[in-house]
Design a protein around this ligand. Structure first.
Ligand SMILES: [Zn+2]
Length: 473
């Protein structure tokens, strides 16, 4: 039985379980979107895709080697049923067709095929008069350079007018992605936004500000802007880390490992002492059918199944003082902090400075994702930024699981995707990025809809006194 208690009191799970979403497509963006929906616990999921499994497609991590020759709709139905056995999943081997769409509350078109997007838009428009429960049409696409999400609602205006009004814009982006392969990290970012918008449609909350314009995440600048994608010259950075350390295999850590594996990392070392518990499964979607087993070992095994070229090493222990002491320069190309305490963050920050290893830290709240980057000699260390010592008391607040802050899948996936995006830029020496003076925030609520920005930080401690000597200002 899936246990949604970590989603907290603010979400009425029954409301999500009673909702229906139809996903069109089976590429990387559909894979991520489906996982997030299953984690969130949307009760009725329909998958429409005509594709067949003809070989290994990068980024389609839900498809397995032994699926060769099968319909992707059937494979995705099987996999989603494993991830969350309590929801209703139906895969149909057909494109966007009104007869097979069911009665969804939201339709999401996830392919890079403009024809399929137009067909989905036509069906949504035809629903206006006869079926008002279908509230949103979300059109999403990605490639290696960017991702794009456009949300169409059924407001006061007739939907045909809205779609006609935006047709020029939509056609521009549809052409931009046509016949391009979908990206890995960009698909994860797009899926986080898509599922966040789905949640806002199915289960509105007081502070929600649903997305009203189309938005694009731009890989080159690591920023997000309204409107259509710019066609970027050249290719995104491709050089990838040989050996990464991932500390923490929880909500953020599973998506970091997944994105790293699909992006082509060679070697992954994962530390986590915990065993898998039922209340993890609403976020940590790779742990299905493994309750009671060790997180690190399970994650390493699932990652290896997706990409057998990876050397994935699992350590079923916390990354503690002893491990930190043994850290040497060059041992890891990059470190990822996916932990949930300030003491663990402090330990990792100090170890990163001592071993002169870049460190990317991710954290989440119920609706927000945060990423901090340390690059030796270029940025202040993370301890200087936050002064973790002053925050240690917060680690020891006594609380039961139910009292903990609510934790939903989308910010975890968003933080992890941005961490991996940042790491790829760091390893390609793109240090002109905002890392030295800013931290990344994605806020899904409050006044600014999808505030996806780099915010200046003030270091709490003096980097010169600290010895990390970063952030020369
Ligand atoms: Zn420092």
């Amino acid at each position: 039985m899936t246990d949604y208690r970590r989603q907290g009191e603010m979400l009425d799970q029954q409301r999500l379980l009673d909702s229906n979403v139809t996903i069109i497509g089976s590429g990387p963006l559909a894979n991520y979107t489906l996982c997030l929906l299953a984690g969130l616990g949307v009760g009725g999921i329909k998958i429409l895709t005509q594709d067949q499994v003809t070989g290994f497609e990068k980024g389609e991590f839900l498809i397995r080697q032994d699926d060769l020759g099968r319909q992707k709709a059937d494979c995705l139905e099987d996999r989603l049923s494993n991830i969350n056995p309590t929801i209703r999943i139906r895969g149909r081997s057909i494109g966007p067709d009104v007869a097979f769409l069911g009665r969804p509350n939201v339709i999401v078109e996830t392919t890079n095929d403009p024809k399929s997007k137009r067909a989905a838009a036509a069906i949504f428009a035809s629903f206006t008069d006869c079926y008002s429960e279908c509230e949103k049409l979300i059109l999403a696409s990605s490639d290696d350079n960017s991702c794009h999400v456009a949300v169409h609602g059924q407001g006061q205006r007739r939907v045909e007018d809205r779609i006609r009004r935006r047709r020029g814009e939509d056609q521009t982006y549809q052409e931009a992605y046509k016949e391009k392969r979908q990206g890995i990290v960009t698909s994860c970012i797009a899926a986080s936004i898509v599922v966040d918008e789905i949640r806002k449609a199915l289960h509105p909350l007081e502070r929600d500000m649903p997305l009203e314009t189309a938005v694009t995440f731009d890989w080159g600048t690591l920023e997000y802007h309204p409107g259509t994608p710019r066609i970027l010259p050249g290719q995104p950075p491709t050089k990838y880390s040989r050996r990464a350390l991932v500390v923490g295999a929880g909500g953020i850590g599973t998506y970091v490992a997944l994105n790293l594996a699909l992006s082509g990392i060679e070697e992954l070392h994962i530390y986590d002492p915990d065993v898998i518990e039922p209340h993890n499964l609403n976020r940590q979607i790779l742990y299905y059918e493994k309750i009671g087993e060790k997180k690190a070992a399970t994650l390493a095994k699932r990652i290896f199944e997706m990409n057998p070229r990876i050397r994935a090493h699992a350590y079923d222990i916390a990354f503690g003082e002893e491990e930190a002491r043994h850290l040497r320069q060059g041992m890891y190309t990059i470190m990822f902090s996916c932990v949930d305490s300030f003491s663990a963050r402090k330990l990792l920050s100090n170890a990163a400075v001592r071993s002169q290893t870049p460190l990317v830290d991710g954290s989440v709240s119920a609706f927000d994702a945060f990423v901090d980057v340390y690059i030796p000699g270029i940025t202040p260390c993370l301890d200087c930024r936050h002064d973790y010592t002053s925050l240690l008391a917060l680690d020891n607040r006594p609380m039961s699981c139910a009292d903990q802050d609510a934790n939903v899948v989308m910010p975890n996936a968003m933080a992890a995707a941005m961490m991996v995006a940042c790491s790829i830029h760091i390893l390609n020496s793109d240090t002109d990025k905002p890392f030295a003076t800013k931290r990344f925030i994605h806020a899904s609520q409050r006044g600014d809809t999808h505030k996806f920005t780099w915010v200046p930080f003030m270091a709490e401690k003096d980097p010169i006194a600290c010895g990390c000597l970063g952030g020369k200002r």
